[in-house]
Ligand binder design. Structure first.
Ligand code: CA
Ligand code: CA
Length: 175
């Protein structure tokens, strides 16, 4: 969706109690895509689903909607919603769910490199033999070594990567 377009977030909450007991004081929160910033969290508003007793019972589906006026933000966004409530015994119960959307636009290029030894294929997706920690892969003396480098752009803005051979260093695993 384009950056700045209207964003409507909806939430469905059900009772998954194995003993069939109702849940009271049901509330929903959304981290607004910023888990480290509690000040901007959303408080979705109850719309429908209750039979009128204020208790979330097995079989009911409560429908919540985030406050109006939200707009899509640029780039890939990840929202985590949390439902809270109290069991009939007074114990806190909760569950979380997440959703992603792509708000379009561009996010700054972010380069990432992964180095491997004798990767099974050029993309290194299988049997990648990295050297992330001691002792690393065991190779017989004289085993041919092929170093491979995967370069990623984790942003949505184009980047023109180049490898500086003079700065590529090999370190012994654990050394
Ligand atoms: Ca937040
Ligand atoms: Ca009810």
């Amino acid at each position: 969706m384009p950056t700045g377009s209207p964003l409507v977030l909806t939430y469905l909450v059900t009772n998954a109690s194995s003993d069939g007991s109702p849940i009271s004081s049901v509330q929903v929160f959304d981290d607004a895509g910023t888990p480290g910033v509690p000040g901007d969290d959303l408080a979705p508003i109850y719309q429908s689903g209750d039979d009128g007793d204020g208790l979330l019972e097995v079989g009911e589906v409560w429908f919540f909607v985030a406050p109006a006026g939200l707009e899509a933000r640029a780039g890939v966004q990840r929202h985590v919603a949390t439902a809270l409530g109290l069991s009939s015994a007074g114990n806190a119960v909760d569950d979380t769910d997440l959703v992603y959307y792509n708000g379009g636009g561009t996010t700054p290029a972010s380069i990432r490199i992964e180095k491997a030894i004798n990767a099974a294929d050029r993309r290194g997706r299988r049997r990648r033999r990295g050297c992330r920690g001691a002792p690393g892969p065991t190779l017989l003396v004289g085993t041919p070594i092929t170093w491979t480098y995967l370069v990623f752009n984790d942003g949505s803005e184009a980047a023109a990567p180049r490898l500086d051979r003079g700065r590529l260093r090999h370190r012994r695993c654990g050394g």
